[in-house]
Design a protein. Structure first.
Length: 289
């Protein structure tokens, strides 16, 4: 049996004390352990940002790519070796600004990977600039008079793009976050998890205390995860009520063919385990020309 100790390393995270990234890191490790996934069968891919350091702090295969490019890397790894459990992880700036194009296409292709976004409304690593999810009115280094731009809406966007598993969680509730990540990993297809997390250094408004008063669990209210329109309604809720209520839990889940299912070469098993020595690659290339 796999235990959380199998994912521990000696290096200590270089995050601000109290950062929400600690809760997300612990939730990821515990989810992988409880699913009995051996560390050599897991890959954590990230972009650039505070939380994108997670591949450094977990004993598994890992790759820290360039800003906003976690999903193409994760897609390529999964396509080459479908036997691996592949997670992409990064912040809201990384994922929705530099990486905004990639989430749309990974979702519509239904790649069989899990994407966790650490959403704290800031570019925190670069010392507190406004990100795509910064709420209207929030003062940051780049919006000293208050942000006037409409925020990016992660859950509705993921739904419209075609993600077959869409959920959100709150980093301060590690038990719930762990369970959401487990469900995302077990889902066959593109799983998107929008994880709210406080930034204790730059955000003095959206604190742990603030989240405790505003988040609620969709499953506690009997939400139907198979109802796309209801999922969209719940995804839009924070933007219609000025963030007075933040739904967490699974918004939507559906069973559809994955990208690999559409191609015989991928559906027959991991590409890395196939003997390509007798394959006529010249003929393959001619077909593509």
């Amino acid at each position: 049996m796999v235990g959380i100790a199998d994912y521990n390393i000696k290096e200590r995270p270089q995050w601000c004390p109290g950062c929400g990234d600690f809760g997300i890191l612990a939730s990821v490790k515990q989810a992988l352990a409880e699913l009995n996934i051996e560390s050599h069968n897991a890959v954590i891919v990230s972009g650039i940002g505070c939380g994108s350091k997670i591949p450094h702090y977990i004993r598994s295969y890992g790759y820290e790519g360039i800003h906003g490019r976690a999903l193409p890397l994760a897609d390529g790894i999964k396509l080459a070796n479908s036997s691996l459990t592949v997670l992409a992880i990064g912040g809201d700036g990384d994922g929705f600004s530099e990486g905004g194009n990639h989430i749309i296409h990974a979702a519509r292709r239904n790649e069989d990977i899990t994407y966790i976004v650490q959403n704290n409304y800031y570019y925190s690593l670069t010392t507190g600039q406004a990100s795509p999810t910064t709420k209207k009115g929030m003062k940051t280094k780049t919006t000293p008079l208050g942000n006037e731009i409409k925020p990016y809406m992660p859950v509705p966007t993921a739904l419209i793009a075609g993600a077959t598993f869409v959920a959100s969680s709150y980093a301060g509730d590690m038990k719930h976050t762990k369970e959401i990540i487990k469900k995302a990993i077990e889902h066959r297809g593109f799983s998107f998890v929008d994880c709210y997390q406080p930034c204790v250094t730059w955000d003095k408004i959206n604190t742990y205390e603030w989240y405790k008063e505003h988040v609620y669990n969709l499953q506690d209210e009997g939400h139907d995860t198979g109802d796309f329109l209801k999922a969209m309604e719940k995804g839009l809720e924070p933007y219609r009520n000025n963030f007075e209520r933040l739904p967490t839990g699974v918004f939507y889940e559906s069973k559809e063919k994955t990208y690999a299912d559409l191609f015989p070469a991928l559906a027959q098993g991991p590409l890395v385990k196939k003997d390509m020595s007798k394959r006529n690659l010249e003929k393959d290339f001619e077909m593509m020309m």
